[in-house]
Design a protein. Sequence first.
Length: 131
Amino acid sequence: NESIKANFPIEAVALEECIVADRLRSFLRSAKPLCLKDGLLSTSRLIDESKKIVPITDRCVLNQTKDWIRRRNSVIHGVIISKTGEESSNDNHEFIEEAKKIANTGMGLVRQLDAWVRRTKRDLNKRAKDQ
């Protein structure tokens, strides 16, 4: 949030992705610890592994996160990639505006994902105790 307020949207996007990955790792550690035995997985792979555990009806936030990750990639990798080699200031302005949109979306998504992880871990633990 502070990165967005300070007009550092690319930093905000990078931090949000770190939080997303952390929440997904937390979920997977409690639900399926063996899938993390190989070390760090990409955020996209963490999403895919999480989807394998939950019913299709409970994947909405994971699907939204996957879409956001694709948009995040355009910002993070777009910092160093130039389409023509010579970008105009208008192109830079559009890029920064898109980064701001993605950062703002990410901030809301982080909150949704955190709530989803907490709820889903609780539900999985309850089901395990009931069995």
